[in-house]
Design a protein around this ligand. Structure first.
Ligand SMILES: NC(=O)c1ccc[n+]([C@@H]2O[C@H](COP(=O)([O-])OP(=O)(O)OC[C@H]3O[C@@H](n4cnc5c(N)ncnc54)[C@H](O)[C@@H]3O)[C@@H](O)[C@H]2O)c1
Length: 290
């Protein structure tokens, strides 16, 4: 259902690769709510993904930009303001990528050039977006900027690897820049910590299916879907949340406040076997921990 919450607002949405992408769902909802916006992604993603089709459906354009390139970001803001006819009211940063995860490097054996890339793409790019926007004075008063995060920023999750460090940095950037941009121009900056969601980036996480099952059993409201995440983003872009800033907002059905649920405990009791990765019904005697 549409409420015209973003009528008259202009935005930039990063990270819509295909119909599974959280950013894709945000774009669809923003369009329904009356916003005009540009879409953006890397050149490779634009060629391999379906960003152009989404742009057509939302009556807009897709602008190529690598979010780690300041020059690309300057061009993106300039072109977006020209195409939309004014300054920007909302930005979605929905970007994540870890070469260490992709190449199967263990957290205790990271490749440091890959780690730099993980941090640059998944976190520092958020700072770059904000710094470019501020220098160009590209965001309107009471504008809203949202980036997507994950609870591995606060707590250790098997298999999330160096993306956990990237998310911790991302959330810190939201606070540090939120102070500056809020004080100066009333621009609010938040991160949404979303449930595990089946997307291209999500499926790269080791044991994603089990992780989703576990958090579904733990969360009293169950996992939040990509569509529900889009709804939450729309509320943060709207004028109904004008005093919310510098927050990491959990959108996870209650998962992050749980210790143990009956559903998870019951399932756990069914599978009390060996403690390690071997999966044996009995202790194997030589525990192998990843
Ligand atoms: N899927 C999940 O379980 C989950 C949970 C919590 C948070 N998130 C976060 O949500 C965000 C969106 O991920 P998603 O799950 O929709 O997956 P996705 O793979 O659909 O989106 C990731 C996007 O990042 C883009 N990207 C990668 N490198 C880039 C670069 N250098 N410049 C610009 N764009 C670049 C990709 O092209 C892609 O569109 C990410 O920040 C992710 O960490 C995902």
């Amino acid at each position: 259902m549409a409420y015209n919450l973003l009528k008259g607002k202009r935005g930039i949405i990063f990270g819509a690769l295909n119909a599974d992408s959280i950013a894709w769902k945000v774009a669809q909802r923003a369009f329904e709510e009356g916003a005009t916006f540009t879409l953006t992604n890397t050149g490779v993603a634009m060629r391999m993904g379906e960003t152009a089709q989404l742009a057509e459906a939302c009556n807009t354009i897709a602008i190529e930009a690598d979010a780690t390139s300041v020059e690309d970001l300057e061009n993106l803001f300039k072109q977006s303001m020209e195409a939309l006819g004014g300054k920007i009211d909302f930005v979605l940063h929905s970007i994540g990528m870890s070469p260490n995860v992709r190449k199967g490097r263990h957290y205790s054996d990271l490749d440091y050039s890959y780690l730099s890339k993980t941090l640059d793409v998944s976190a520092v790019s958020f700072h770059k977006v904000l710094q470019v926007a501020r220098k160009m004075d590209a965001i309107n008063q009471w504008g809203s900027v949202v980036a997507l995060s994950y609870v591995a920023a606060q707590r250790t999750f098997y298999g999330y690897n160096d993306m956990a460090d990237a998310k911790a940095l991302l959330e810190s950037i939201a606070r540090s820049f939120g102070y500056i941009y809020g004080r100066e121009r009333n621009v609010r900056i938040n991160t949404i910590s979303q449930s595990p969601t089946l997307t291209t980036a999500g499926s790269g996480v080791k044991g994603m299916d089990k992780l989703m099952d576990f958090s579904e059993r733990m969360a009293p409201l169950g996992n939040a879907t990509g569509d529900e995440c889009a709804d939450y983003c729309i509320s943060l872009f709207s004028d109904l949340t004008k005093k919310v800033t510098m927050q990491n907002l959990f959108h996870d059905g209650g998962f992050s406040s749980m210790g143990m649920s009956m559903r998870a405990l019951t399932q756990y009791e069914k599978g009390l076997g060996c403690d390690c990765e071997c999966g044996n019904d009995e202790p194997c005697g030589e525990h192998i921990f990843d």
